[in-house]
Ligand binder design. Sequence first.
Ligand code: PLP
Length: 389
Amino acid sequence: MIYLDNAATTKICEKAVKAMEPYLKEEYGNPSGIYSIGRKTREQVEKVRWIIAKSLNCKPENIFFTSGGTESDNWVLDNGAYLGNHIITSKIEHHAILNKCKQLENEGIKVTYVDVDKNGFVDMEQIKTDYKDGFENPVRTSLVSIMLANNEIGTIEPIRNIAMVAHRKGVLFHTDAVQAFGHIPIDVNYLGVDMLSASSHKFNGPKGVGFLYVRNPKEMMPLIYGGGQEKGKRGGTENVAGIIGMGAAVEDSMRNMSARYNKEKNLRDYMVKRILGEIPNVSLNGHHTNRLPGNASFTFDGINGTSLVVIMDEEGVCISAGSACAASAEKPSHVISALGIPKEKAYGTIRITIGHENTRKEIDYTVEKLKAGVKELRAKSWKLSWKIM
Ligand code: PLP
């Protein structure tokens, strides 16, 4: 099998598995226990907080463990709704943001969904102007949430500029860095973000664990009320093995980031060049250079992306027709539609996301199978249109 869907999830690294093992077996102490096996797990959990803080250039007290990206994003938006009644986000966010915003709208919160251009960059004019200050009407903007890098097209947003604009208006800024963390360098102070979400399974850590960076935890309302864990902000016994596995994956990805970045980018560029050069009527979605290293999203004229994914699966290659969570949806991807690509064309979209373990041989095999698959599907749709005529 050739796995090329690393934006959906990544294979857990050996270092994470090894680090977790003792905490699934003999080291079962509750980190809240004051006896030695409890103190030992507490020490390890706090060590991970410190590792993550170091990777982001912040303090350990700014890191809160969660169950992953969706939970971190939901927590931030609930907090935004608690502090005010207007949130600004974009049309291309992950459903962890968009569906939570829909729920908040049902509760009376106003949400502005900022447009993007054809490359997926958010409209800065809208970001600069769509604020409500609560003076002339009772609506007050409390949060701007824009993703750092898009999960479908890989475009990297100008987060530092957006955070500056939000702060000038006195509004908190959150970024969903689920696709970016562990793959590109992130310094929360340089970027000026107030909150940042990340998820372990996107950078070769275990699933079901992630974190939220919060610049000023005092401004954050608790997510889960319980036994006082996570400074009373997220109650519940910690996912000790998951957190420790995530810590090992963070260390591993920080240590190898630049080598992995270059490898993935080179493979991606090679693949893009071959696909655009050898298959007619295909375009690359998202910005050509300002994108995540392993991401490539293509739209092929005259085919259905899902059918191509099925053909590729039969050939032993895992790719995606959009984001993992929307892969079964009947509507074309909201991200591809927001780029201005017409509906009929948008259905012909696939996403290939390369990881650091992929090889050139795998890419060559994939390109050959894609060429054959696209040809087969186009021939079928051509025959079908002849019959209809
Ligand atoms: N945000 C983005 C940009 C994502 O790509 C994903 C997952 O695909 C999530 C949030 C949700 O993360 P998790 O799977 O950890 O809940």
